[in-house]
Design a protein around this ligand. Structure first.
Ligand code: GBH
Length: 454
């Protein structure tokens, strides 16, 4: 290292993983090619008003046909670890029937290309694209989906055990349960009762357990597995003992039905009391599956609520943010870099996790034009820098964060917001499908190379 009068920021630990993240439905396209079955999202996107601008997943960024050039670009930026997902409807098109060998062959080619470019895959089994046939029979409200997922997980882990050592069971349970069957903003867009939604949560954590078991049985030596959760996240308004205790209690209450249940091996009594008659039906053996130990916890962190101590029966209160609080373009994406410090710290303290990966962190903006071959996304560069500083602070305080995956490698289908909202560090022109690394890609490449915040 070149000595300067001021020195450099201290490095991240040697074993710390810097990566990028994406998911099959958001980038692959080829929605009706290669023997792939229709997904719940393929259908949902065709429902008038469901997705901004009527956008579909049909082409996306055409990664299905361009993965080799995309991985070459990744490698040129110095990316060594890449989190992707496998499309269930590509593997088992109708959810329960025959395995689509063309789909298996596609991912073998994809993993071979990653290997050629020196990139390690981190594979999520489910990132929300459910075979439509299962959705038609109730989707995550139905126990049949759990059984179908258990088989799918086995098929995938057996097929790719030779190529994949890092497995993630599910991505963001809240998004394909509560937001899909309660709020109705995600596929299939249903608005059901709390009892139905609680049952979808339960089906999701049982499915997580099935995937853990599949990796333990068929993953081969050295295979690792964990859940990627989008925990409800808060930060203490001040980092004082009282506000930290309040934030801890808030975090425990809000995550009782997912992280709390997985950790405890049963639903916490406080959750059952709150749910009352709407509590989910639990079958014998469910919690043996659910509570199997995992190798790491994945956390997707974008933002947080502010919490402070309060003189009420809960002991805490959540602040209402002022309208002018800074945010990225999604209305929910308030800029709270301390989120990425506090979520891993509280998860460690409450559930005893010994290895945490930030499996997503990033920001979205609507208007990012290419000018003279460049995208000057300084706002994203600042977002990354402020969040990486908090990751670094957490590690310094003893929080076991072992890696960070930026969301996302490339602009993509941002669910109900369609293609207008861009989260990539690589720009995609949706007319020509041309890729242009943004300024933030250059910044992140330098950070990965130096393994320090620059
Ligand atoms: C992640 O979700 C996803 O894993 C990824 O696929 C996605 O592209 C990325 O982040 C960027 O959005 O107004 O209450 O309905 C982010 C988590 C959960 C954040 C749902 C927004 C909706 C807020 N998202 N939440 S609400």
């Amino acid at each position: 290292d070149r000595p300067t009068p001021f020195g450099y920021a201290s490095p991240f630990p040697d074993r710390f993983v810097f990566g990028v993240s994406a998911s099959a439905p958001q980038i692959e396209g080829a929605a009706f090619e290669g023997g792939k079955g229709e997904s719940n999202w393929d259908r949902f996107a065709r429902q008038p008003g469901a997705v901004h601008g009527g956008d579909t997943l049909d082409v996306a960024v055409d990664h299905y046909h361009r993965f080799d050039e995309d991985f070459a670009l990744m490698a040129s930026l110095g990316v060594k670890d890449y989190r992707l997902s496998i499309a269930w409807p590509r593997i088992i098109p109708d959810g329960t029937g025959a395995v689509n060998e063309e789909g298996i062959a596609f991912y073998h080619r994809l993993f071979a290309s990653l290997k050629k470019h020196g990139i390690t895959p981190w594979v999520t089994l489910f990132h929300w694209d459910l075979p439509l046939a299962l959705e038609a029979r109730g989707g995550w409200t139905s126990r049949e989906t759990v059984d179908a997922f258990a088989r799918y997980a086995e098929v995938v882990v057996k097929a790719f055990a030779g190529e994949v050592k890092h497995w993630i069971t599910l991505n963001e349970i809240r998004c394909f349960t509560m937001l899909a069957y309660g709020f109705g903003t995600k596929a299939p867009g249903r608005r059901e009762s709390a009892a139905v939604v609680n049952q979808t949560y339960h089906h999701a954590i049982v499915s997580h357990g099935h995937a853990v078991r599949a990796v333990r049985q068929f993953g081969g030596p050295g295979a690792q597995v964990g859940l990627t959760d989008n925990s409800d996240v808060c930060v203490p308004v001040t980092e004082t003992e009282a506000d930290i205790a309040a934030a801890t209690a808030w975090f425990r209450d809000r995550n009782a039905h997912i992280l709390g249940a997985i950790h405890a091996g049963h639903y916490p009594p406080s959750y059952l009391k709150r749910a009352g008659a709407d509590a989910p039906t639990v079958l014998p053996g469910d919690f043996e599956l659910i509570s199997q130990p995992t190798d790491f916890l994945g956390l997707n962190i974008y933002t947080a609520h502010y919490v402070r101590a309060a003189d009420n029966e809960l002991g805490y209160e959540q602040l209402v943010l002022p309208a002018n609080y800074p945010r990225a373009d999604p209305p929910w994406l308030h800029l709270v870099p301390q989120s990425i410090y506090w979520a891993p710290r509280l998860a460690t303290e409450l559930y005893g996790h010994r290895s945490i990966y930030i499996t997503e962190n990033g920001c979205g903006y609507d208007d990012e034009p290419v000018r003279n071959g460049e995208v000057h996304d300084l706002h994203r560069r600042d977002f990354l820098r402020s969040h990486l500083r908090e990751v670094h602070r957490a590690i310094g305080d003893g929080v076991p964060i072992d890696g960070y995956f930026l969301w996302s490698f490339i602009d993509n289908f941002e669910w109900e917001d369609g293609y207008q909202r861009r989260f990539g560090i690589v720009h995609c022109d949706y007319e020509t499908l041309q890729r242009t690394p943004k300024l933030s890609a250059r910044y992140y490449a330098e950070v990965m190379r130096a393994r320090r915040i620059l």
